[in-house]
Design a protein around this ligand. Structure first.
Ligand SMILES: Nc1ncnc2c1ncn2[C@@H]1O[C@H](COP(=O)(O)OP(=O)(O)OP(=O)(O)O)[C@@H](O)[C@H]1O
Length: 307
């Protein structure tokens, strides 16, 4: 099956400042993809490149098998909701639906009306008077009624309170099930992503740090605890992502793609980690590399020295 997004060496620079560097990705269809990274990591840049709002400085990107925004047909396949879920403040909810119908060849008017009713939006209400949560629901409704194959959201829930966030994500999951659409959404809220995403892209310092199906990634990442010095010489195939030490004990987050860890370390000393800990391990490592102190061997990075 054609990947929803395929990029090779995808790079965007503003002057000399890198916003995205050599991103090579292949994102399968039918996933809810979480795009994570700290401020300035390049998330919006990747989403803007995916929707065709900006063009790459170098490298290539294909979305649903074609160049982003290359034609009207291609534009109709992708719905993009930018940061802060922008709407037309002076237009009513009903005006937005009418506009959507005029602008989108595959507009699903029944779906739009049903959603507006379900989430309790007043069709006569001006969009400028909607709460953040209501605005996000309107933007989601407009994007979904376009009947795209790919739905892109840039930090859709950042400004929402926990209840509105939950309602939004619930709606999103319902749409995905109903419309068979691929979703890419960026967020800083790892707990939210853990609930809804089944594929993950971690960006930091303009580079892709980690990518893959969440379950596969969680299967190969482990937390290992051992006496200080005991885990000094791990064989190739086990990559140390993060290492913390006390005087007596070492705690590592490792990536073990070979399964060799189980032969080296007692099962009781190996723990499964959650998505949040896995992502934070990569972000911590990327922050160290940016600060000029790459992890070479974890024993070179005692906790006292890291502080
Ligand atoms: N139009 C622009 N002109 C100049 N620099 C830009 C522009 N857009 C982005 N950048 C720079 O590119 C880098 C990546 O920005 P980007 O907005 O993609 O990050 P982000 O991960 O979405 O951040 P945030 O989480 O804060 O939204 C940053 O250093 C940013 O300052």
């Amino acid at each position: 099956m054609t990947p929803v997004l395929r990029s090779d060496g995808l790079t965007k620079r503003y002057g000399r400042r890198p916003a995205l560097t050599e991103a090579t990705l292949s994102i399968p269809a039918g996933r809810i993809v979480g795009l994570v990274g700290p401020n300035g990591a390049g998330k919006s840049t990747l989403l803007n490149l995916t929707s065709g709002i900006i063009a790459p400085t170098a490298g290539t990107i294909e979305v649903l098998g074609a160049r982003p925004a290359a034609s009207a047909t291609q534009l109709a396949k992708v719905a993009f909701v930018a940061q802060d879920t922008p709407v037309y403040a002076g237009l009513s909810v009903a005006d937005h639906l009418r506009l959507g119908a005029r602008l989108n060849p595959k507009w699903d008017a029944a779906l739009a009306r049903r959603r507006v009713e379900q989430v309790g939006l007043d069709p006569a209400q001006k969009a400028g008077r909607l709460s953040g949560g209501q605005r996000a629901q309107l933007a989601l409704t407009l994007a979904a009624a376009k009947r795209p194959q790919l739905l892109i959201f840039d930090e859709p829930v950042a400004a929402l309170d926990p209840l509105a966030r939950r309602a939004f994500l619930q709606s999103l999951m319902e749409f995905v099930a109903e419309l068979e659409v691929t979703v890419i959404l960026s967020s800083h809220l790892l707990a939210d992503l853990e609930r809804v995403c089944d594929h993950l892209v971690v960006l930091a310092g303009s580079r892709v740090q980690l990518v893959g199906d969440v379950e596969d990634l969680l299967d190969v990442h482990k937390r290992v605890i051992g006496a200080r010095g005991e885990l000094d010489a791990l064989p190739p195939g086990i990559e140390v992502i993060q290492a913390d030490h006390t005087t007596r004990q070492s705690t590592l987050v490792v990536r073990d793609t070979t399964g060799v860890l189980a032969q080296l370390v007692p099962a009781a000393d190996v723990e499964r980690i959650d998505l949040e800990d896995m992502v934070l391990a990569y972000l911590t490592r990327a922050a160290r590399v940016t600060a000029g102190a790459p992890i070479r061997g974890y024993a070179e990075q005692p906790l006292e020295a890291q502080r």
